[in-house]
Write a protein that binds this ligand. Structure first.
Ligand SMILES: *Cc1c(COP(=O)(O)O)cnc(C)c1O
Length: 761
């Protein structure tokens, strides 16, 4: 949610009366004072609650930093609060949602029906997400409040919105329809029951239909064709039979699946892709996933929803299990209201589990990592993070994963810190998800380990860091005009690389009436990528001296050839940098002197004695890679596992295109890695190899998207055995050479689906 409204604009939109004025900017809406986290530019809507009115929580919200309040009765708050009075704060919130919704002219698909809404929505999301940027209802936020909150999540980047709407009383749909203004509809059906507040099934159905009155098309099952026709709603009908050709392992929900595929086809998804995705829908919908955990634990992962019936079923399943072992129950009740919470806890206690934990702050209780031979049930709602957390307990034998050794990384950091003078700062580049190591783990690790600065390539990467609790200064290498807003909002520091760029940024800062905003200058010294040329330096200095808007924090450049044994080119760059540095130092008084930095990882190794200056920028070296790795520890290993072992006879072909024909009887293993993981196809047919039990195994046939076949003739190999891609037998550099590339590219090409795990060895 990024509303960017002034408090005045907000008051106008919701037709409220300002009773205490303090202008500020509103970006997000909050209504539950317990859930106020970052409270950046939040407006607190005091809603009527089940037990207490939201007014009671205004002070609490104020204490957490909120300064804008929407209330139904005048209320006493400190002077710097902005207070808007309205008749009905839920209605006001809906007005805001409606206003926000109308800013977008993208297709908006509204889903209603008495069952399956969330399933269909999540499936649709899954099937369409690679083709469209989708904004969708979080969790099952489908009530009068939920729909408003869902709509407020829409942003410029979205190309399609999928919004769920639910009703429990007559005449509720009109307001939802008005807010959502759907262009497309989807009706999941009504089932045999009708909600208790309706006199009969027909009136319940008619209430649902109101959602679709302005839709261009509504997707429905054939069996509902006539009421829709009667109500003059344009439909696209479907049926499970129509989609029989798409295989599915699971028999349940064929109607939901048909609706989902029909919409996907409407949005241009090809049948081949549907087939591929259909195979995965199972795991999305399959309510219970049972798998082997570490330490002999059995994990029942049932993080689909947390209604009481489903929980009871899951507990029945768990406690009736014949497997011996302790029974442990882990619940995430973050999105559950207090009353339900009590009921749920009571229900679990009835089963007298050996361990019972509630997950808080998205962290698993430590006890779980110590459990052995237990049967552990995880239950939470579809959208809680629990299903991802559970993966930490998975027995890794079934997967493909990259391992990052944090102890090695820590050691490498120290190694660099020792190479540079004590008062030289360390900046670590964490661009491209920290060189492919994952979004947040390494940045947090660095923050905890005393790094002074972080660097990223693009603004969005900096935003992600800020949104996840990184408070170190962040230097952004490449910023564009349309990113300035975020630069300011998230306190990022842009690298300026041209006069035009500098002018534009100063202008922007002045418009915002800010001063002293930190910036960095990137100088061109020989890389010839981005940078201000030395001829322009005098002009830049002149501009900077004239303005109060920005404050020059550092001047830097980048070495193009730092790993070359012949140091000539680097020295030339360094000398040119020193010349410019002197020019700056002459023009800026000591208290305004910026920091100077030019060395990357290789640069530090080779030139720390002469060119460390005020700061260095560590990158790939953190992970232990450099042309001279003495003193560094390789920190990355990449593994997969064997999924099948088979014997083939002389003359048999292997894999796509029959590119390999066995000359003798052979034993082969199929392993769980392919080019989609970053295990490139060019490794096919003997170019690459992997190691199993420390034995080299050649790749035979073509590397497939998700699998690869290797020669294991004469080896004793079982399904599930670990396969080393990168590790002690095949180093990162060996592997990079096979691919005719460098570790940087190998690291950043490992697909997101490959699990990242972090160990301390
Ligand atoms: C990526 C990057 C670095 C770090 O380079 P490594 O070779 O990985 O040490 C330093 N400075 C800039 C400007 C970068 O883009």
């Amino acid at each position: 949610m990024r509303l960017q409204l002034s408090t005045n604009e907000l008051a106008q939109i919701i037709n409220g009366k300002i009773i205490q004025l303090n202008e500020s900017v509103i970006d997000v809406v909050v209504y539950d004072s317990r859930k106020i986290g970052t409270n950046r530019n939040a407006a607190f809507f005091a809603l009527k609650g089940l037990h207490k009115h939201g007014h009671t929580f205004c002070q609490d919200a104020y204490d957490k930093g909120v300064r804008c309040f929407i209330v139904e009765t005048p209320i006493q708050l400190p002077e710097d609060a902005h207070v808007i009075l309205v008749n009905d704060s839920l209605y006001a919130l809906q007005e805001l949602a409606l206003h926000h919704r109308n800013k977008f002219s993208i297709p908006v698909l509204a889903i209603t029906g008495s069952f399956g809404k969330t399933t269909v929505k999540e499936w649709l999301y899954f099937v369409l997400k690679d083709s469209y940027k989708i904004g969708r209802t979080p969790k099952s936020f489908n009530s009068q409040l939920g729909v408003a909150l869902s709509l407020l999540e829409l942003s410029d980047e979205h190309e399609l919105a999928i919004i769920e709407a639910d009703i429990s009383e007559p005449n509720e749909m009109d307001r939802l329809e008005e807010m959502i203004s759907p262009t497309l509809g989807l009706f999941t059906g009504l089932g045999n029951h009708y909600a208790e507040n309706f006199s009969d099934q027909k009136s319940h159905l008619n209430e649902h239909l109101k959602l679709f009155k302005h839709c261009n098309f509504t997707f429905i099952l054939e069996s509902y064709a006539s009421p829709f026709r009667r109500n003059k709603i344009n439909t696209i009908t479907t049926s499970p039979q129509k989609w029989n050709n798409i295989p599915s392992i699971q028999d349940s929900f064929p109607e939901n699946r048909a609706l989902c595929f029909e919409v996907a086809a409407f949005f241009g998804i090809e049948e081949t892709e549907l087939i591929e995705k259909s195979a995965k829908l199972i795991s999305l919908s399959g309510r219970q996933e049972v798998f082997e955990g570490q330490n002999g634990n059995l994990i029942i992962n049932d993080t689909y929803n947390i209604d009481i019936d489903a929980l009871e079923q899951a507990l029945e399943y768990q406690f009736s299990s014949k497997e011996k072992g302790k029974k442990i129950v882990v619940l995430d009740l973050t999105h559950v209201n207090e009353k339900r919470k009590e009921e749920i806890i009571e229900l679990v206690n009835r089963y007298q589990p050996d361990g019972f934990f509630l997950v808080e702050n998205n962290t698993l209780p430590n006890e779980l990592f110590e459990a052995t031979n237990a049967i552990i049930l995880f239950k939470g709602s579809f959208s809680s993070c629990l299903s991802e957390l559970v993966q930490q307990l998975k027995n890794r034998k079934h997967e493909t994963w990259v391992e990052f050794d944090l102890r090695a990384i820590q050691q490498n950091l120290r190694y660099f810190q020792e190479l540079i003078p004590a008062n030289t700062k360390a900046l670590v580049m964490v661009k491209a998800s920290s060189y492919g190591s994952g979004d947040m783990k390494i940045p947090h690790f660095l923050q905890e380990n005393g790094v002074d600065y972080l660097g990223v390539a693009y603004t969005d990467e900096g935003v992600t860091l800020r949104e996840n609790g990184i408070h170190l200064p962040i230097l952004v290498m490449n910023t564009e005009l349309n990113a300035y807003e975020d630069i300011i909002r998230f306190q990022l520091e842009p690298a300026i690389y041209s006069i035009g760029h500098l002018e534009a940024f100063i202008d922007f800062i002045q418009q915002k009436e800010l001063t002293n905003f930190p910036i960095h200058l990137k100088l061109e010294t020989g890389m010839n990528r981005l940078g201000i040329s030395k001829d322009n330096v005098a002009k830049v200095i002149e501009m900077l001296r004239k303005t109060e808007a920005v404050h020059l924090k550092s001047v830097f450049s980048h070495l193009a050839d730092a790993d070359n044994n012949d140091q000539q080119y680097s020295l030339k760059q360094i000398n040119q940098f020193i010349a410019v540095k002197t020019e700056f130092e002459q023009q800026f008084s000591n208290d305004k002197r910026p920091l100077f930095h030019i060395l990357n990882s290789e640069g530090i190794i080779n030139f720390s004695k002469i060119a460390a200056f005020d700061m260095v920028r560590i990158g790939i070296g953190l992970f232990g890679f450099a042309s001279n790795t003495q003193g560094l520890m390789e920190s990355i290993k990449w593994f997969t596992t064997v999924s099948q072992v088979k014997t083939i006879s002389a003359g048999d072909f292997i894999g796509y295109g029959c590119s390999f024909q066995a000359q003798k009887d052979m034993k082969i293993a199929t392993i769980r890695i392919g080019y989609a993981d970053g295990f490139r196809r060019s490794l096919s047919n003997g170019v690459g190899k992997v190691f199993i039990h420390n034995n080299p195994c050649k790749i035979i046939g073509k590397v497939c998207m998700d699998m690869t076949m290797v020669d294991v003739t004469d080896l004793d190999i079982q399904e599930g055995d670990e396969v080393e891609i990168i590790g002690k037998n095949q180093t990162m550099s060996d592997f990079a050479k096979l691919l005719d590339t460098i570790p940087y590219e190998v690291m950043t090409s490992i697909n997101k689906r490959v699990a990242r795990i972090y160990v301390k060895r």
